[in-house]
Design a protein around this ligand. Structure first.
Ligand SMILES: [Zn+2]
Length: 127
């Protein structure tokens, strides 16, 4: 998939899934980066293989999602959708992160699990 095709797919997927956060008052920006070099400098995880990143301020219900078009271009449609749901799910667990110093691995596992459940529920609804 070209980066241009990936961008179009990501925009469509964000539109399809943003309700998970916006319905509950969240407002967020989405930044589509050519490579990981477009990520903010305080990106502490992942490096150049990270498909997406999410920053949030729970008390303002505001955030920003960054997508790495280079990495996302290598994903199939299923995985791309999972990345989008995963990043939006980060907003939903962000109050816990602000309340405690939670290590990255259990937090990512929790976010991934929730995202898979949301995706599974949505596909059940569409049967
Ligand atoms: Zn994550």
């Amino acid at each position: 998939m070209t980066k241009k095709q990936t961008l179009a797919k990501l925009q469509k997927l964000v539109k399809a899934w943003e309700w998970m956060a916006t319905h509950y008052g969240w407002k967020f920006d989405v930044v589509y980066c050519d490579t990981h070099l477009g990520f903010p400098e305080d990106n502490i995880s992942g490096g150049d293989s990270t498909a997406g990143l999410c920053f949030s301020k729970f008390r303002y219900l505001k955030g920003t999602i960054y997508f790495n078009l280079e990495v996302c271009s290598g994903l199939n449609d299923e995985d791309l959708e999972e990345v989008v749901i995963h990043e939006i799910t980060h907003f939903l667990v962000s109050p816990i992160l602000e309340a405690a110093d939670i290590p990255v691995t259990p937090m990512e596992y929790t976010v991934t699990t929730l995202a898979r459940i949301f995706k599974g529920l949505a596909s059940e609804e569409n049967k």
